[in-house]
Design a protein around this ligand. Structure first.
Ligand SMILES: Nc1ncnc2c1ncn2[C@@H]1O[C@H](COP(=O)(O)OP(=O)(O)OP(=O)(O)O)[C@@H](O)[C@H]1O
Ligand SMILES: O=C(O)C1=C[C@@H](O)[C@@H](O)[C@H](O)C1
Ligand SMILES: [Mg+2]
Length: 178
């Protein structure tokens, strides 16, 4: 049963912000896998990357994702890399509808450039890194059930409206089911 609404996409696309808005509107529990990992580890994501490495983080991410999907129906915001692992995509497909918040490079860069909270962007050329990640990942994000454009001109409320319209068009039962 496709119970959960699962937001995927690049860092800065708005998964956390839009996910919280959707959960409030639908009165469903909201989970953010990055926040759950930080809470369980009592460390920030940059600290986990620095101490234990990306592979360790990815393993925790898959565990947390499985746990929050099983506890649905809810709204789940994933970390930007979660959808890239085939096992995570399969798990999301079993228990949720995947929604790609598709955001352009300029908007992403505008949102993430002043934040030191994304370890993958701690490179000599963070904008170039962001662009490369966007190019590499977009074909994989495109495997999501639903794509919603999420550009800078749109408010969080407008993008949340678009997500709900797109889910309704895809399968209205997702919004009705408890
Ligand atoms: N229209 C908008 N849609 C989404 N986010 C917006 C919008 N306008 C401003 N923002 C801000 O942009 C930032 C979006 O980042 P957010 O943390 O939601 O992205 P994310 O996809 O969860 O990234 P990550 O993968 O790093 O967790 C937030 O600070 C949010 O408040
Ligand atoms: O895009 C990514 O790979 C990441 C995005 C963030 O949400 C965090 O999950 C972490 O910084 C990695
Ligand atoms: Mg987030």
């Amino acid at each position: 049963m496709r119970r959960n609404i699962v937001l995927i996409g690049m860092m800065g696309a708005g998964k956390t912000a839009i996910g919280g808005e959707l959960a409030r509107r639908l009165r469903r529990p909201f989970s953010d896998t990055d926040a759950e990992i930080e809470r369980a580890a009592a460390m920030t994501i940059p600290e986990i990357f620095a101490r234990d490495g990306e592979e360790f983080f990815r393993a925790r991410e898959s565990e947390v994702l499985g746990r929050v999907l099983a506890s649905g129906p809810g709204v789940v915001s994933t970390g930007g890399g979660a959808w890239l692992r085939p096992e995570n995509r399969a798990r999301i497909g079993e228990d949720g509808v995947s929604v790609w918040l598709d955001c352009d490079l300029e908007t992403l860069w505008h949102r993430v450039r002043h934040r030191p909270t994304r370890p993958l962007l701690q490179t000599p050329d963070p904008r170039g890194t962001l662009e490369r990640l966007l190019d590499e990942r977009s074909p994989v994000y495109a495997l999501a059930d639903i794509r919603v454009p999420a550009q800078r001109g749109d408010s969080i409320e407008q993008t949340a409206d678009r997500v709900l319209d797109a889910i309704r068009a895809h399968d209205p039962a997702i919004l009705e089911g408890k």
